[in-house]
Design a protein around this ligand. Structure first.
Ligand code: TPP
Ligand code: MG
Length: 427
Protein backbone atom coordinates (compact mmCIF):
# COMPACT_ATOMS: atom_id res chain seq x y z
CA UNK A 1 0.00 0.00 0.00
CA UNK A 2 2.68 2.43 1.08
CA UNK A 3 4.98 1.44 -1.76
CA UNK A 4 2.19 1.93 -4.25
CA UNK A 5 1.34 5.32 -2.86
CA UNK A 6 4.93 6.41 -3.03
CA UNK A 7 5.21 5.54 -6.67
CA UNK A 8 3.26 8.70 -7.35
CA UNK A 9 2.26 9.53 -10.91
CA UNK A 10 4.62 11.55 -13.06
CA UNK A 11 2.09 14.37 -13.11
CA UNK A 12 3.40 15.30 -9.68
CA UNK A 13 6.83 16.06 -11.09
CA UNK A 14 7.54 19.72 -10.79
CA UNK A 15 8.78 21.88 -13.55
CA UNK A 16 11.99 23.08 -11.95
CA UNK A 17 14.82 23.18 -14.47
CA UNK A 18 16.54 19.82 -14.71
CA UNK A 19 20.15 20.21 -13.82
CA UNK A 20 22.83 17.98 -15.17
CA UNK A 21 24.32 15.93 -12.42
CA UNK A 22 24.72 12.45 -11.11
CA UNK A 23 21.68 10.23 -10.87
CA UNK A 24 19.47 11.25 -7.99
CA UNK A 25 18.87 7.74 -6.68
CA UNK A 26 21.95 7.11 -4.57
CA UNK A 27 22.44 6.30 -0.96
CA UNK A 28 23.23 9.46 0.94
CA UNK A 29 26.57 9.46 2.69
CA UNK A 30 27.23 10.93 6.13
CA UNK A 31 30.85 11.61 5.26
CA UNK A 32 31.52 15.12 6.48
CA UNK A 33 34.52 15.58 4.19
CA UNK A 34 32.97 14.43 0.94
CA UNK A 35 33.05 17.71 -1.03
CA UNK A 36 35.81 18.59 -3.49
CA UNK A 37 37.53 21.71 -4.71
CA UNK A 38 40.65 22.14 -6.82
CA UNK A 39 43.10 23.96 -4.67
CA UNK A 40 44.51 25.62 -7.80
CA UNK A 41 41.09 27.23 -8.30
CA UNK A 42 40.87 28.63 -4.79
CA UNK A 43 41.52 32.36 -5.06
CA UNK A 44 43.90 34.09 -2.72
CA UNK A 45 41.29 36.74 -1.85
CA UNK A 46 39.09 35.95 1.13
CA UNK A 47 35.85 37.13 -0.43
CA UNK A 48 36.26 36.00 -4.05
CA UNK A 49 33.81 33.19 -4.93
CA UNK A 50 34.95 29.80 -6.11
CA UNK A 51 33.23 26.52 -6.82
CA UNK A 52 33.02 23.47 -4.59
CA UNK A 53 31.76 20.14 -5.97
CA UNK A 54 29.57 18.15 -3.69
CA UNK A 55 29.80 14.40 -3.49
CA UNK A 56 27.47 12.37 -5.75
CA UNK A 57 26.12 10.95 -2.52
CA UNK A 58 25.06 14.26 -1.02
CA UNK A 59 21.39 13.98 -1.98
CA UNK A 60 18.58 11.60 -2.71
CA UNK A 61 15.36 12.92 -4.16
CA UNK A 62 11.71 12.04 -4.27
CA UNK A 63 9.59 13.44 -7.09
CA UNK A 64 12.15 16.20 -7.47
CA UNK A 65 15.11 17.00 -9.67
CA UNK A 66 18.24 17.10 -7.51
CA UNK A 67 19.87 20.37 -6.52
CA UNK A 68 23.05 21.40 -8.32
CA UNK A 69 26.03 19.38 -7.16
CA UNK A 70 28.16 22.52 -7.12
CA UNK A 71 28.18 25.35 -4.66
CA UNK A 72 29.71 28.80 -4.83
CA UNK A 73 31.41 29.90 -1.69
CA UNK A 74 34.31 32.01 -0.46
CA UNK A 75 37.21 31.40 1.87
CA UNK A 76 35.63 33.86 4.25
CA UNK A 77 32.37 31.95 4.33
CA UNK A 78 34.05 28.59 4.82
CA UNK A 79 36.02 29.94 7.75
CA UNK A 80 32.86 31.43 9.22
CA UNK A 81 31.09 28.07 8.86
CA UNK A 82 33.92 26.46 10.75
CA UNK A 83 33.80 29.14 13.45
CA UNK A 84 30.03 28.75 13.81
CA UNK A 85 30.19 25.00 14.32
CA UNK A 86 33.05 25.27 16.80
CA UNK A 87 31.11 27.94 18.73
CA UNK A 88 27.96 25.80 18.88
CA UNK A 89 29.92 22.81 20.15
CA UNK A 90 31.79 24.85 22.73
CA UNK A 91 28.52 26.34 23.95
CA UNK A 92 26.93 22.89 24.26
CA UNK A 93 29.98 21.72 26.22
CA UNK A 94 29.48 24.65 28.60
CA UNK A 95 25.81 23.72 28.99
CA UNK A 96 26.84 20.14 29.71
CA UNK A 97 29.19 21.30 32.46
CA UNK A 98 26.71 23.73 34.00
CA UNK A 99 24.03 21.06 34.04
CA UNK A 100 26.34 18.61 35.77
CA UNK A 101 27.20 21.32 38.30
CA UNK A 102 23.44 21.57 38.92
CA UNK A 103 23.40 25.23 37.87
CA UNK A 104 21.08 24.40 34.98
CA UNK A 105 17.91 22.70 36.16
CA UNK A 106 15.11 21.05 34.25
CA UNK A 107 15.44 19.80 30.72
CA UNK A 108 18.55 20.16 28.60
CA UNK A 109 18.97 18.61 25.15
CA UNK A 110 22.34 19.04 23.45
CA UNK A 111 23.01 18.93 19.72
CA UNK A 112 26.66 17.85 19.73
CA UNK A 113 27.29 16.07 16.42
CA UNK A 114 24.44 17.87 14.63
CA UNK A 115 26.12 21.27 14.23
CA UNK A 116 26.28 21.16 10.42
CA UNK A 117 22.48 21.25 10.24
CA UNK A 118 21.91 24.43 12.26
CA UNK A 119 24.96 26.21 10.82
CA UNK A 120 24.43 25.03 7.22
CA UNK A 121 20.80 26.14 7.21
CA UNK A 122 21.68 29.60 8.48
CA UNK A 123 24.29 30.06 5.75
CA UNK A 124 21.54 29.54 3.14
CA UNK A 125 19.07 31.99 4.70
CA UNK A 126 18.72 35.69 5.30
CA UNK A 127 17.29 37.28 8.42
CA UNK A 128 14.02 37.73 6.51
CA UNK A 129 13.54 33.97 6.57
CA UNK A 130 12.15 32.12 9.56
CA UNK A 131 13.28 29.07 11.48
CA UNK A 132 11.34 26.95 13.93
CA UNK A 133 12.50 23.77 15.61
CA UNK A 134 11.99 21.37 18.50
CA UNK A 135 13.64 21.39 21.93
CA UNK A 136 17.19 20.67 20.64
CA UNK A 137 17.46 24.33 19.86
CA UNK A 138 20.55 25.98 21.38
CA UNK A 139 22.56 25.92 18.15
CA UNK A 140 19.67 27.35 16.12
CA UNK A 141 19.17 30.14 18.66
CA UNK A 142 22.85 31.05 18.31
CA UNK A 143 22.75 30.93 14.52
CA UNK A 144 19.61 33.08 14.42
CA UNK A 145 21.42 35.88 16.22
CA UNK A 146 21.17 35.01 19.90
CA UNK A 147 24.33 35.58 21.89
CA UNK A 148 25.98 32.82 23.90
CA UNK A 149 25.40 34.98 26.97
CA UNK A 150 21.67 35.17 26.34
CA UNK A 151 21.40 31.45 25.61
CA UNK A 152 23.43 30.29 28.62
CA UNK A 153 21.69 32.98 30.68
CA UNK A 154 18.39 31.42 29.63
CA UNK A 155 19.56 27.97 30.67
CA UNK A 156 20.53 29.42 34.04
CA UNK A 157 17.11 31.06 34.40
CA UNK A 158 18.46 34.62 34.43
CA UNK A 159 16.47 37.75 33.53
CA UNK A 160 18.98 38.57 30.78
CA UNK A 161 18.30 35.20 29.13
CA UNK A 162 16.96 35.13 25.59
CA UNK A 163 13.43 34.42 26.93
CA UNK A 164 13.92 36.40 30.18
CA UNK A 165 14.97 33.18 31.89
CA UNK A 166 11.46 31.77 31.76
CA UNK A 167 11.77 29.40 28.85
CA UNK A 168 14.90 27.43 29.63
CA UNK A 169 16.52 24.96 27.31
CA UNK A 170 13.54 24.12 25.14
CA UNK A 171 11.98 27.55 24.68
CA UNK A 172 14.32 30.06 23.12
CA UNK A 173 13.13 32.69 20.68
CA UNK A 174 14.60 35.58 18.75
CA UNK A 175 13.69 37.60 15.70
CA UNK A 176 12.92 35.16 12.89
CA UNK A 177 13.26 32.24 15.29
CA UNK A 178 10.03 30.77 16.59
CA UNK A 179 11.61 28.39 19.13
CA UNK A 180 12.45 25.98 20.78
CA UNK A 181 9.24 23.82 21.19
CA UNK A 182 8.86 21.07 23.76
CA UNK A 183 5.85 19.16 22.51
CA UNK A 184 7.07 16.66 19.96
CA UNK A 185 5.88 17.73 16.51
CA UNK A 186 3.98 20.81 17.71
CA UNK A 187 6.26 23.19 15.87
CA UNK A 188 5.33 21.70 12.49
CA UNK A 189 1.81 23.18 12.21
CA UNK A 190 3.10 26.38 13.83
CA UNK A 191 5.81 26.53 11.16
CA UNK A 192 3.16 26.07 8.48
CA UNK A 193 1.36 29.01 10.06
CA UNK A 194 4.50 31.15 9.87
CA UNK A 195 4.84 30.24 6.18
CA UNK A 196 1.17 31.04 5.65
CA UNK A 197 1.69 34.48 7.21
CA UNK A 198 4.60 35.10 4.85
CA UNK A 199 2.55 34.06 1.85
CA UNK A 200 -0.47 36.09 3.01
CA UNK A 201 1.60 39.24 3.41
CA UNK A 202 3.52 38.65 0.15
CA UNK A 203 6.80 38.46 2.01
CA UNK A 204 9.62 36.96 -0.05
CA UNK A 205 10.75 34.57 2.63
CA UNK A 206 11.02 30.92 3.36
CA UNK A 207 10.35 29.08 6.61
CA UNK A 208 12.61 26.27 7.73
CA UNK A 209 10.61 24.00 9.97
CA UNK A 210 12.57 21.25 11.73
CA UNK A 211 11.47 18.18 13.62
CA UNK A 212 13.06 14.87 14.60
CA UNK A 213 12.74 11.39 13.17
CA UNK A 214 10.61 10.50 16.22
CA UNK A 215 8.38 13.53 15.71
CA UNK A 216 7.80 12.63 12.09
CA UNK A 217 5.34 9.92 13.22
CA UNK A 218 3.02 12.52 14.76
CA UNK A 219 -0.41 13.05 13.22
CA UNK A 220 -0.11 16.82 13.33
CA UNK A 221 2.92 16.62 11.03
CA UNK A 222 0.74 15.10 8.31
CA UNK A 223 -2.04 17.61 8.91
CA UNK A 224 0.48 20.41 8.45
CA UNK A 225 1.80 18.74 5.26
CA UNK A 226 -1.71 18.61 3.88
CA UNK A 227 -2.45 22.27 4.42
CA UNK A 228 1.00 23.35 3.27
CA UNK A 229 0.58 21.51 -0.03
CA UNK A 230 -3.03 22.57 -0.45
CA UNK A 231 -2.03 26.21 -0.13
CA UNK A 232 1.42 25.80 -1.70
CA UNK A 233 3.13 27.36 1.28
CA UNK A 234 6.77 28.48 1.04
CA UNK A 235 8.09 26.10 3.67
CA UNK A 236 10.96 23.65 3.96
CA UNK A 237 9.87 20.94 6.34
CA UNK A 238 12.99 19.21 7.55
CA UNK A 239 13.40 16.01 9.49
CA UNK A 240 16.65 16.02 11.47
CA UNK A 241 17.18 12.29 11.29
CA UNK A 242 19.69 11.56 14.03
CA UNK A 243 18.68 7.88 13.90
CA UNK A 244 17.03 7.80 17.35
CA UNK A 245 14.07 9.21 19.21
CA UNK A 246 13.97 9.13 23.00
CA UNK A 247 15.71 5.79 23.52
CA UNK A 248 14.25 4.21 20.39
CA UNK A 249 15.93 3.49 17.08
CA UNK A 250 14.12 5.07 14.13
CA UNK A 251 13.31 1.72 12.54
CA UNK A 252 11.56 0.53 15.69
CA UNK A 253 9.25 3.54 15.63
CA UNK A 254 8.61 4.30 11.98
CA UNK A 255 7.07 2.06 9.33
CA UNK A 256 8.94 4.04 6.70
CA UNK A 257 12.29 5.54 7.66
CA UNK A 258 12.76 7.35 4.36
CA UNK A 259 11.60 10.55 5.96
CA UNK A 260 12.07 12.64 2.81
CA UNK A 261 9.31 10.58 1.17
CA UNK A 262 6.84 11.01 3.95
CA UNK A 263 5.21 14.07 2.46
CA UNK A 264 3.76 11.65 -0.14
CA UNK A 265 2.39 14.41 -2.41
CA UNK A 266 5.19 16.80 -1.42
CA UNK A 267 8.55 16.39 -3.18
CA UNK A 268 11.42 15.36 -0.95
CA UNK A 269 15.15 15.78 -0.62
CA UNK A 270 17.45 13.73 1.55
CA UNK A 271 20.69 15.49 2.46
CA UNK A 272 24.03 14.57 3.98
CA UNK A 273 23.50 16.44 7.24
CA UNK A 274 27.10 15.96 8.37
CA UNK A 275 28.46 18.04 5.47
CA UNK A 276 27.67 21.69 6.07
CA UNK A 277 28.18 22.43 2.37
CA UNK A 278 25.57 19.90 1.30
CA UNK A 279 23.16 21.35 3.87
CA UNK A 280 23.71 24.86 2.59
CA UNK A 281 23.26 23.77 -1.05
CA UNK A 282 20.05 21.90 -0.24
CA UNK A 283 18.47 24.76 1.67
CA UNK A 284 19.47 27.32 -0.95
CA UNK A 285 17.85 25.14 -3.59
CA UNK A 286 14.79 24.60 -1.42
CA UNK A 287 14.43 28.29 -0.82
CA UNK A 288 14.50 29.09 -4.53
CA UNK A 289 11.97 26.29 -5.07
CA UNK A 290 9.70 27.87 -2.44
CA UNK A 291 10.08 31.37 -3.78
CA UNK A 292 9.41 30.24 -7.35
CA UNK A 293 5.95 29.29 -6.10
CA UNK A 294 6.36 25.51 -6.23
CA UNK A 295 5.18 25.05 -2.66
CA UNK A 296 6.63 23.01 0.18
CA UNK A 297 9.45 20.48 0.26
CA UNK A 298 10.21 17.76 2.79
CA UNK A 299 13.91 17.60 3.55
CA UNK A 300 15.68 14.94 5.56
CA UNK A 301 19.01 15.87 7.08
CA UNK A 302 20.86 12.66 7.89
CA UNK A 303 22.85 13.38 11.01
CA UNK A 304 23.93 11.91 14.33
CA UNK A 305 23.73 12.95 17.97
CA UNK A 306 26.75 12.06 20.06
CA UNK A 307 25.21 12.53 23.50
CA UNK A 308 22.12 11.08 25.08
CA UNK A 309 18.65 12.29 24.21
CA UNK A 310 18.76 14.65 27.17
CA UNK A 311 21.09 15.04 30.12
CA UNK A 312 19.38 12.23 32.01
CA UNK A 313 20.01 9.72 29.21
CA UNK A 314 23.49 8.19 28.99
CA UNK A 315 22.60 7.33 25.37
CA UNK A 316 24.26 3.95 25.37
CA UNK A 317 21.43 1.53 26.16
CA UNK A 318 19.85 1.57 22.70
CA UNK A 319 23.01 1.94 20.60
CA UNK A 320 26.55 0.74 20.96
CA UNK A 321 29.48 2.76 22.20
CA UNK A 322 31.34 1.60 19.08
CA UNK A 323 28.71 3.20 16.83
CA UNK A 324 29.01 6.53 18.64
CA UNK A 325 32.78 6.35 18.58
CA UNK A 326 32.81 5.52 14.87
CA UNK A 327 30.56 8.47 14.00
CA UNK A 328 32.64 10.79 16.15
CA UNK A 329 35.96 9.74 14.74
CA UNK A 330 35.02 9.33 11.07
CA UNK A 331 31.99 11.54 10.33
CA UNK A 332 32.38 14.55 12.56
CA UNK A 333 31.09 17.71 10.81
CA UNK A 334 33.74 19.98 12.32
CA UNK A 335 36.67 17.66 11.65
CA UNK A 336 35.33 17.05 8.11
CA UNK A 337 35.21 20.73 7.21
CA UNK A 338 38.58 21.29 8.86
CA UNK A 339 40.15 18.61 6.68
CA UNK A 340 38.67 20.19 3.55
CA UNK A 341 39.87 23.66 4.49
CA UNK A 342 43.39 22.33 4.86
CA UNK A 343 43.28 20.14 1.72
CA UNK A 344 42.03 23.04 -0.39
CA UNK A 345 44.53 25.39 1.22
CA UNK A 346 41.70 27.73 2.18
CA UNK A 347 43.52 28.26 5.41
CA UNK A 348 46.63 27.12 7.26
CA UNK A 349 46.91 25.04 10.42
CA UNK A 350 47.93 28.21 12.28
CA UNK A 351 44.95 30.23 11.06
CA UNK A 352 42.59 27.39 11.91
CA UNK A 353 44.04 27.20 15.38
CA UNK A 354 43.45 30.91 15.82
CA UNK A 355 39.83 30.57 14.58
CA UNK A 356 39.38 27.77 17.10
CA UNK A 357 40.89 29.94 19.79
CA UNK A 358 38.70 32.94 18.90
CA UNK A 359 35.51 30.86 18.93
CA UNK A 360 36.41 29.26 22.24
CA UNK A 361 37.45 32.59 23.77
CA UNK A 362 34.17 34.21 22.67
CA UNK A 363 32.06 31.39 24.10
CA UNK A 364 34.04 31.12 27.33
CA UNK A 365 33.87 34.87 27.99
CA UNK A 366 30.11 34.95 27.37
CA UNK A 367 29.52 31.89 29.56
CA UNK A 368 31.48 33.57 32.33
CA UNK A 369 29.33 36.68 32.04
CA UNK A 370 26.18 34.60 32.08
CA UNK A 371 27.31 32.79 35.21
CA UNK A 372 27.93 36.14 36.87
CA UNK A 373 24.36 37.33 36.22
CA UNK A 374 22.36 37.56 39.38
CA UNK A 375 19.45 35.30 40.04
CA UNK A 376 16.07 36.95 39.45
CA UNK A 377 14.35 38.42 42.47
CA UNK A 378 11.61 36.11 43.69
CA UNK A 379 8.88 38.67 43.16
CA UNK A 380 5.28 38.30 42.06
CA UNK A 381 6.03 40.72 39.24
CA UNK A 382 8.81 38.52 37.90
CA UNK A 383 6.62 35.48 38.22
CA UNK A 384 3.60 36.84 36.38
CA UNK A 385 5.29 39.13 33.88
CA UNK A 386 5.61 37.97 30.25
CA UNK A 387 2.72 35.53 30.39
CA UNK A 388 1.11 38.11 28.12
CA UNK A 389 2.85 40.58 25.84
CA UNK A 390 3.83 43.44 28.08
CA UNK A 391 1.06 46.01 28.20
CA UNK A 392 -1.63 43.58 27.04
CA UNK A 393 -2.19 41.80 30.36
CA UNK A 394 -5.77 41.12 31.47
CA UNK A 395 -7.07 42.51 34.74
CA UNK A 396 -6.12 39.36 36.64
CA UNK A 397 -4.88 35.80 36.33
CA UNK A 398 -6.80 33.07 38.10
CA UNK A 399 -5.05 31.03 40.74
CA UNK A 400 -6.05 27.58 41.97
CA UNK A 401 -8.24 29.30 44.56
CA UNK A 402 -9.59 32.88 44.52
CA UNK A 403 -7.02 33.96 47.14
CA UNK A 404 -4.30 33.08 44.67
CA UNK A 405 -5.66 35.31 41.91
CA UNK A 406 -3.05 37.73 40.71
CA UNK A 407 -4.24 41.27 39.85
CA UNK A 408 -1.84 42.96 37.48
CA UNK A 409 -2.96 46.43 38.56
CA UNK A 410 -2.17 45.66 42.20
CA UNK A 411 1.54 45.06 41.91
CA UNK A 412 3.42 47.27 44.28
CA UNK A 413 6.84 47.04 42.80
CA UNK A 414 8.55 48.35 45.91
CA UNK A 415 7.14 46.00 48.50
CA UNK A 416 5.98 42.96 46.62
CA UNK A 417 9.37 41.23 46.76
CA UNK A 418 9.30 41.49 50.53
CA UNK A 419 5.71 40.26 50.63
CA UNK A 420 6.71 37.20 48.65
CA UNK A 421 9.55 36.47 51.06
CA UNK A 422 7.30 36.90 54.10
CA UNK A 423 4.64 34.66 52.63
CA UNK A 424 7.23 32.05 51.86
CA UNK A 425 8.50 32.07 55.44
CA UNK A 426 4.94 31.60 56.69
CA UNK A 427 4.42 28.46 54.57
C1 TPP B 1 3.65 14.91 22.26
C2 TPP B 1 4.87 14.43 22.98
N1 TPP B 1 5.04 13.11 23.17
C3 TPP B 1 6.15 12.68 23.81
C4 TPP B 1 7.07 13.55 24.30
C5 TPP B 1 8.32 13.04 25.00
N2 TPP B 1 9.45 13.10 24.07
C6 TPP B 1 10.30 14.13 24.12
S1 TPP B 1 11.47 14.00 22.94
C7 TPP B 1 10.87 12.55 22.35
C8 TPP B 1 11.54 11.85 21.20
C9 TPP B 1 11.63 12.65 19.95
O1 TPP B 1 12.64 12.15 19.11
P1 TPP B 1 13.04 12.88 17.78
O2 TPP B 1 11.86 13.53 17.19
O3 TPP B 1 13.76 11.89 16.94
O4 TPP B 1 14.01 14.07 18.22
P2 TPP B 1 15.49 14.01 18.80
O5 TPP B 1 15.34 14.00 20.29
O6 TPP B 1 16.14 12.80 18.28
O7 TPP B 1 16.17 15.27 18.37
C10 TPP B 1 9.76 12.18 23.09
C11 TPP B 1 8.99 10.95 22.85
C12 TPP B 1 6.84 14.93 24.08
N3 TPP B 1 7.70 15.87 24.48
N4 TPP B 1 5.74 15.34 23.40
MG1 MG C 1 15.80 11.71 16.56
Amino acid sequence: MIARTLRAPCALRLSVPRVTGPLSRRAVTTDAASSHADKEQVPSEDDKPFEVRLSDESFETYELDPPPYTLNTTKKELKRMYYDMVAIRRMEMAADRLYKEKKIRGFCHLSTGQEAVAAGIEHALTKEDSVITAYRCHGFALMRGGTVKSIIGELLGRREGIAYGKGGSMHMFSKGFYGGNGIVGAQVPVGAGVAFANQYTNKEATTVCLYGDGASNQGQVFEAFNMAKLWNLPILFGCENNKYGMGTAANRAAALTEYYKRGQYIPGLKVNGMDILAVKAAVEYGKSFNLAGHGPLVLEYVTYRYGGHSMSDPGTTYRTREEIQRMRSTNDPIAGLKQKLLDWEVTSEEELKSIDKDARAYVDAEVKEAEAMREPDPTWKNLYEDIYVRGSEPEFLRGRIPEENFYYGDVDLGSEGKRFEEERKMM
